[in-house]
Design a protein around this ligand. Sequence first.
Ligand code: PEP
Length: 255
Amino acid sequence: MAGRKPFVGGNWKMNLNTAEAAAVASAIVSGFKAAGKVDVVICPPFPYLAHVGSFVKNSGVKLGAQDFYFADNGAYTGEVSLAMLKDVGASVVLTGHSERRHVIGESDVLINAKTRAALNAGLEVILCVGEKLEQRELGQTDAINAAQVCYGLAGVKAEQMSKVTIAYEPVWAIGTGKTATDADAQAAHAAIRKVLGGLYGSSIADATRIQYGGSVKGSNAAGLFGQPDIDGGLIGGASLKADEFLAIVNAAAAK
Ligand code: PEP
């Protein structure tokens, strides 16, 4: 797989409280034995970032944020800046998550502004893309993914791509218990890699990690991660349970 190190992210979304966040983070840190073989990030809700950061510090598990605003500072009530995230130890951010696209209503323009701002601030970005069920049924999966990748990466320079991971997350599979088949996920990943090749050339396309997301569990992770273009996963529900998340991390490490 062109030397790509698998990458597994845990997106806790709007879940857990202080004690639960600490318990899950410390169990993940103490059970994480595969640092050389897989990169791992956990993305807690904002109020718990610094606290979770104190557990993951120097553990090999990275701290990530689920969201941020692209401006440096100022009158943006309710928003959180990239400098604030860096200040509490976050080194990875998500952009384009389907819940931000389709529940909160973020546009491709905003997602692109966030992606560029995060990279310019030196953070790693996981840019999420994926089709809705009706788009899949119309045979539009690859076209939707291509458009979201191209919009999301507009203005991103080739030398910044080493800090970009794409997460392919079919919307109909997120939090539903439905997972793309290994073959369907592989086909979508291969098509996304081709789009990256068109944008940046084959060596950057080959080097860019593409995670799969959508109801990944310990029981289905190995099949998905065994596909040549699937470089780990972005995990929602299963990342709230340390044992389940570690099983997924270990499946990625075994790739
Ligand atoms: C996600 O939110 O990125 C996700 C893939 O969620 P889940 O694993 O719960 O489907």
